[in-house]
Design a binder for this molecule. Structure first.
Ligand SMILES: Cc1cc2nc3c(=O)[nH]c(=O)nc-3n(C[C@H](O)[C@H](O)[C@H](O)COP(=O)(O)OP(=O)(O)OC[C@H]3O[C@@H](n4cnc5c(N)ncnc54)[C@H](O)[C@@H]3O)c2cc1C
Length: 295
């Protein structure tokens, strides 16, 4: 059923990178929840697979000395959702991880695989975008850091050099979560085992006078790649959160999105979801940041 030419299991990042170099075209596998589907559907043939699931350095979540939160790329969604640090620092991301697939999927599917498959519907990505996450890409030549917002280049496409690089970790700056409130909302036709028809994440912080000090909004499935809406964000800064402001936001985000029709949703539905999720996620994020809406 699976057309697999050979398999390897690496115990360290250098070993995995050496295997990728020695076997051109080989594919890293972590949770395998995407790769195995591709094999089953015979989109992958004569595959050479490099298992990276045993690499200890890709697992876990910790605070760096700077207070930035580091998440190993091989950490599965359930481990992120259950992790006290993740829940305390980035509850929005922890909740997003808990909305992926089913308990069985969440216990093996990893945040690194969710980024590297380039899916525009990936549930962890909008939260990573609004948290200004940085992605650590490692090759045999060294490391480079790419902002999550610059990682996706199109449907299923990223800047990862798949033949010679691994995503080794995700760093969330302290300045992006401390004093902030956030919310990820996913719309699907049902609650479980559902790929997002649309996803929206908002992260914000308020000044002591109640005005908006920091505001970030990102969407999945609202354009050919996950996006932030920079112009809409600047519209919010320094303003008092009101129902009227959120109506302005609804119109502003549409100008930066490029939704399309698909079998999951018509263009009209996606357009409505963009506005509705932007408003609802913003309301929640403002409340989580300690504010309230003056209507
Ligand atoms: C039944 C089912 C339901 C699902 N539901 C959802 C859902 O609701 N929301 C959602 O977002 N996704 C969903 N998915 C998709 C999938 O579970 C995720 O995309 C998952 O996060 C992929 O992680 P993985 O570790 O399984 O990746 P893998 O299958 O191991 O790899 C995926 C891709 O990323 C590459 N890769 C993996 N790790 C690395 C790394 N560290 N460095 C470089 N390349 C790497 C692989 O080479 C491969 O190309 C679902 C999948 C299934 C089968």
């Amino acid at each position: 059923m699976y057309d697999i030419k050979e398999t390897f299991r690496a115990n360290s990042v250098p070993e995995a990178l050496e295997l990728l170099r020695a076997h051109p075209g080989a594919i890293p596998v972590c949770g395998g929840t995407d790769v195995m589907i591709h094999l089953k559907e015979r989109k992958l043939r004569q595959a050479a697979l490099v298992g990276i699931m045993d690499i200890a350095s890709l697992q876990g979540i910790y605070l760096e000395q700077t207070g930035d939160l580091f998440i190993g790329s091989g950490t599965c969604f359930d481990s992120i959702y259950q992790n006290p640090l993740a829940r305390a620092c980035v509850p929005m991301l922890a909740d997003a991880c808990n909305q992926v697939g089913s308990p069985q999927i969440r216990s093996v599917a990893t945040i690194g695989g969710n980024l590297c498959n380039g899916a525009v519907s990936a549930d962890s990505v909008p939260s990573l975008l609004v948290l200004n996450a940085e992605l650590e890409l490692t090759s045999l030549e060294g490391k480079r850091v790419v902002k999550a917002v610059d990682f996706h280049t199109g449907p299923g496409k990223t800047v990862l050099e798949t033949d010679r690089e691994l995503l080794t970790g995700i760093r969330i700056p302290k300045a992006s979560y401390e004093g902030h409130g956030g919310k990820y909302l996913k719309f699907g036709q049902r609650n479980a085992m559902e790929i997002a028809t649309l996803g929206c994440a908002v992260n914000c912080a308020l000044s002591p006078d109640g005005t908006i000090r920091d505001f970030a909004i990102a969407f999945g499935v609202a354009a050919p790649r996950p996006i932030r809406c920079a112009k809409a964000e600047s519209l919010m800064l320094g303003r008092r959160p009101t129902g009227a402001l959120l109506k302005e936001l609804r119109r502003a985000v549409l100008l930066e999105c490029a939704p399309r029709e698909s079998w999951r949703a018509s263009l009209e539905l996606r357009t409505q979801l963009i506005q509705e999720l932007a408003e609802r996620a913003s309301r929640c994020a403002i409340e989580h940041a300690g504010g309230s809406l003056d209507d």
